[in-house]
Design a protein around this ligand. Structure first.
Ligand code: GDD
Ligand code: MN
Length: 387
């Protein structure tokens, strides 16, 4: 029986491949030569149906060596090229180690660094250890000035936009504890998995150790202009993620008041819309009967109120037709209810309690408007009242 299989896997090495037939076996061998024997390790090669047969070559290699290589290797075959980060994420989901190592399969990332990464995770109190090209001792071999400039720009964007201060947040070579991913949802767009982890696992302790990056000598890089576009997209998403996290940090009272403020601003804009539309239809465009013009004014302003409240006040961007129509129905319902409450209150206050009409009106408007806000918050947009 194979010893490796009995131990619980401790370290999972995730290795995405796309057309790495000239590199992958050498890299796997080299990993085997550098791994300490007492740590149960698995490598997961995540292949995107490489046209050069990378996936099959690894399968053959596994069968030939019958695990004689000293650690477990497995291939995850995906249907088609779906991006580096998403390959990494798939690998993580299939893996079982409590420590995860991510690395490229083209020999840019020297396997001899893996034991150092693992040891740092185990002995220092760090959750993420990055193999960095930019801490003292780190080196880049074989990159053109243009490629260095692209990397520098990407790093600058991450620092300015996301406040990421690590020296090499673009590294594709790093290790981390599986448990830091708990509860995190990933977008996994493009190349920058580490950046997304750094932003979303924001309490994790990070350490960087130097290494020498040597650009591949075989095969070709898959980085192209769409990768750069993906980068901008992912930074934008991470930026929004950061802002949302901040919003939920602010005090409930402030958020409640800010929402109420937006709701009543929308309400005021609705009065204006109502007024203008009614006048347009009654006079300017065609001579509608003034009752019809008023109805059109009400309908248009209710709709504009609904849309503004949905997008702006309650920040709900889900425009699925059925859901939106149901919300619209409730919104109209509660608005009408608000009008009824106002009417009823004025009547009771003036008639039964001898209030002056102007005071009664103010009170009624306040009550109707508040219940309107609360009802819509709770039932139309499904938020907690106090949130
Ligand atoms: N499964 C899969 N799917 N693998 C992919 C895909 C994909 O869509 N795209 C790339 N890969 C694999 C490659 O086969 C390689 O093993 C690794 O991901 C990195 O791809 P390269 O094309 O060699 O990227 P690079 O050298 O330009 O950039 C790498 O190194 C930089 C420096 O560390 C990446 O790791 C960058 O993220 C990193 O900044
Ligand atoms: Mn590479």
């Amino acid at each position: 029986m194979d010893n490796m299989k009995q131990d619980k896997t401790k370290v999972s090495i995730i290795m995405p491949t796309y057309n790495e037939s000239e590199n992958i076996i050498q890299v796997l061998k080299s990993i085997g030569e550098h791994l300490p024997e007492d740590i149960a390790t698995e490598a997961l090669v995540v292949d995107d149906n490489s046209p050069d047969g990378t996936g099959r070559i690894v399968e053959d290699y596994i069968n030939d060596t019958q695990n004689g290589i000293g650690y477990a290797i497995e291939v995850i075959h995906r249907k088609s090229k779906s991006g580096l980060s998403s390959a990494i994420l798939d690998g993580i989901q299939h893996s079982s180690g409590e420590i995860i190592v991510i690395m490229d399969s083209d020999f840019s990332h020297p396997p001899k660094i893996i034991p150092q990464l693992v040891e740092e995770i185990e002995t220092s109190k760090c959750d993420i250890v990055i193999a960095s090209r930019f801490v003292p001792g780190g080196v880049i071999n074989g990159w053109s000035t243009k490629r260095k400039l692209i990397s520098k720009t990407a790093k600058g964007i991450a620092k300015a936009g996301l406040g990421v201060n690590e020296s090499d947040p673009m590294s594709g070579f790093f290790a981390f504890k599986r448990k830091i991913l708990e509860g995190i949802k990933f977008d996994a767009i493009g190349y920058k998995m580490l950046l997304e982890i750094l932003v979303k696992a924001k309490d994790a302790k990070v350490k960087e150790i130097p290494y020498t990056f040597t650009d591949r000598t075989r095969g070709s890089s898959k980085l192209d202009s769409s990768t750069m576009f993906d980068y901008v997209k992912s930074v934008w998403k991470l930026y929004r993620h950061g802002r949302e996290a901040k919003v939920s940090d602010t005090r409930t009272s402030i958020r409640f008041i800010s929402k109420a403020g937006r709701f009543y601003t929308v309400g005021a804009s609705g009065l204006l819309v109502n007024y203008i539309i009614s006048l347009l239809f009654a006079d300017a465009i065609i001579d509608f009967w003034y009752i019809h013009a008023t109805i059109i004014g009400i309908a248009v302003s209710m709709s504009s109120n609904f849309i503004l409240n949905k997008i702006w006040t309650f920040e709900d961007r889900n425009f699925e037709v059925k859901k939106t129509l149901a919300q619209y129905g409730k919104f109209v319902g509660f608005s009408s209810l608000g009008a009824l409450i106002q009417l009823g209150m004025v009547y009771i206050l003036v008639d039964n309690y001898q209030f002056v009409y102007s005071i009664a009106l103010i009170l009624a408007v306040i009550i109707a408007a508040s219940s309107n806000f609360i009802f819509n918050k709770k039932w139309t947009f499904k938020e907690k009242v106090w949130s």
